[in-house]
Write a protein that binds this ligand. Structure first.
Ligand code: AHR
Length: 501
């Protein structure tokens, strides 16, 4: 198969916001406890955080971390997690049917983020709670001192305010599984009240209102319209969430998941802009794609789910998907979709970060390692600078069960006057290699930098506790740059990143 791509640095889609490379930490399974926090681990720091995990999170290049949930947040009492640890209550977390010991809360997590060097994005509980509790946690977090709750934070040892800029107004309120699940009408009314009140306290907050928990939800589209009709003037972002997995061995459709993500983003942009027109507004609401990943959700529902009034484990092994090369190629292609929409997707969070559908895995008392999905995320975060470019790509198409005929190759390019150009490519063919010619003449006199490909003859290969380095990135030695044309071969089921400077 052959394909052709032209890169022109003059035509840009939009500037890339670093917040596109965010992630997500939920009090779920072993993400926090026995994940990033394990005081008995030989590599734990004085706060009980694993240094090896901190190092891997830094290497991953995570800009923003959404916290503390997820479904968890819709039953969470934030004040349980602050103050004297010995006095913190143990509670039932109904979302994941686990026990929450509250040994980690806002102050500890913010300290961990300080070590990692990432920004905190905080979600408030609009499931079992409302406007007052949202104001309370905002006061505790962002007011310097001199009020009841800010003084409590200072007394708890955090003298400086956390100064959290991004706040999520609840989580997936359209989902029947969510504590406090609402209609769009009811949620829109609560969300606008919470937003107005929070801005009365701190006017410069950036607020994210809940969009649909998936494009397949029966209320999708209508939910966004109704919620935005209530909240448009008060919010900056509407959220999108999407998880992908292969169904019935249909890997061709699975590899085309980014086609679905493209359509999802474009539908939400159209809906937000429709409300903008109705309101004669000159403000634009962007997308916070604050949960996205490959997730073998069917396995959770059929095997892992905990139930029963007497069964409340602490930090159970939940959602611990072991990711393959195939999964990582899909993750790489989802990053291509997000970058392609950099003009409107200005925040995103890979769900999640440690152990729970995560690029980083840990074993209690043992090692931490990189899953296959670590590589496309870390490399894209490191190389995508400046603006996304509009591309002209010609390649054959193939038929999928879920999304019709889709291009075999997908690609995105980013360009920055200083950092140079990066190109990210995916070959979705299950059997055939693609030879691609990339016309780079318009970039001027450039040299080829690194060319790395993620591929394995066994697309189901994974990194595991027993074999943590089974899969990695390999130098692609087929690349040749001659007379302004770069030619290279993309193996079947592969993801490639290359640089030109
Ligand atoms: O990331 C796992 C779960 O997926 C989150 O808690 C929830 O928001 C979504 O349904």
């Amino acid at each position: 198969i052959s394909a052709h791509l032209t890169i022109d640095p003059h035509f840009t889609v939009g500037a890339i916001n670093r917040r596109l490379f965010g992630s997500f930490v939920e009090h779920l399974g072993r993400c926090v406890y026995d994940g990033l926090y394990e005081p008995a681990h030989p590599d734990a720091n004085e706060d009980g955080f694993r240094r090896d995990v901190i190092a891997l999170v830094k290497e991953l290049g995570v800009s923003t971390v959404r916290y503390p949930g997820g479904n968890f947040v819709s039953g969470y009492r934030w004040e349980d997690g602050v103050g004297d640890r010995a006095l913190r209550p143990t509670r039932m977390d109904l979302a994941w049917h686990s026990l929450e010991t509250n040994q980690i809360g806002l102050d500890e997590f913010a300290r961990w983020l300080g070590e990692v060097g990432s920004e905190l994005m905080y979600a408030v509980n609009l499931g079992t709670r409302g406007v007052q509790e949202a104001l309370d946690v905002l006061e505790y977090a962002n007011v310097r001192s001199g009020t009841a709750l800010s003084d409590q934070r200072v007394a708890n040892g955090t003298t400086q305010p956390h100064d959290i800029r991004m706040w999520c107004l609840g989580n997936e309120m359209d989902g029947p599984w969510q504590l406090g699940h609402s209609t769009a009408e009811d949620y829109g009314q609560v969300a606008v009240k919470a937003a107005r009140a929070m801005r009365q306290l701190d006017p410069d907050l950036e607020l994210v209102v809940c969009g649909s928990s998936g494009a397949g939800m029966p209320t999708f589209g209508q939910w966004e319209r109704v919620v935005l009709e209530h909240t448009y003037d008060e919010v900056d972002y509407i959220s999108c969430h999407a998880y992908y997995e292969p169904h019935g061995g249909d890997f061709g459709s699975f590899l085309a998941s980014a086609v679905d993500m493209d359509r999802f983003i474009e539908s939400v942009v159209a809906t937000a802009d429709h409300v903008k027109a109705l309101r004669r507004s000159d403000k634009t609401v962007d997308i916070s794609f604050d949960e996205w990943n490959v997730w073998y959700q069917s396995r959770y529902n059929e095997v892992d789910k905990i139930t029963g009034v007497d069964d409340w484990p602490v930090a159970p092994r939940l959602l611990e998907d072991s990711y393959t090369v195939l999964d990582a190629v899909v993750v790489g292609s989802l990053l291509i979709s997000l970058l392609r929409h950099a003009d409107r997707v200005t925040s995103a969070s890979l769900a999640q970060l440690v152990n729970v559908i995560a690029p980083i895995m840990t074993e209690p008392g043992g090692p931490a390692w990189r899953q296959t999905t670590f590589f496309p995320f870390a490399i894209t975060s490191a190389l995508a600078h400046g603006s996304t470019l509009e591309l002209k790509l010609d390649c054959p198409r193939y038929a999928t069960g879920l999304y019709g005929d889709v291009p075999v190759v997908d690609a995105v390019a980013t360009h920055d006057a200083e950092a140079g150009t990066a190109v990210f490519l995916v070959n979705r063919s299950l059997e055939e290699a693609v030879t691609i010619e990339i016309d780079v003449a318009l970039l001027g006199a450039v040299e080829l930098g690194s060319v790395r490909t993620l591929h394995d003859d066994d697309m189901h290969a994974a990194n595991t506790l027993g074999e943590p380095d089974r899969v990695g990135m390999k130098h692609n030695d087929t690349a040749r740059l001659v007379g302004g044309v770069l030619t290279l071969t993309l193996p079947p089921v592969s993801w490639t990143a290359l640089t030109l400077a």
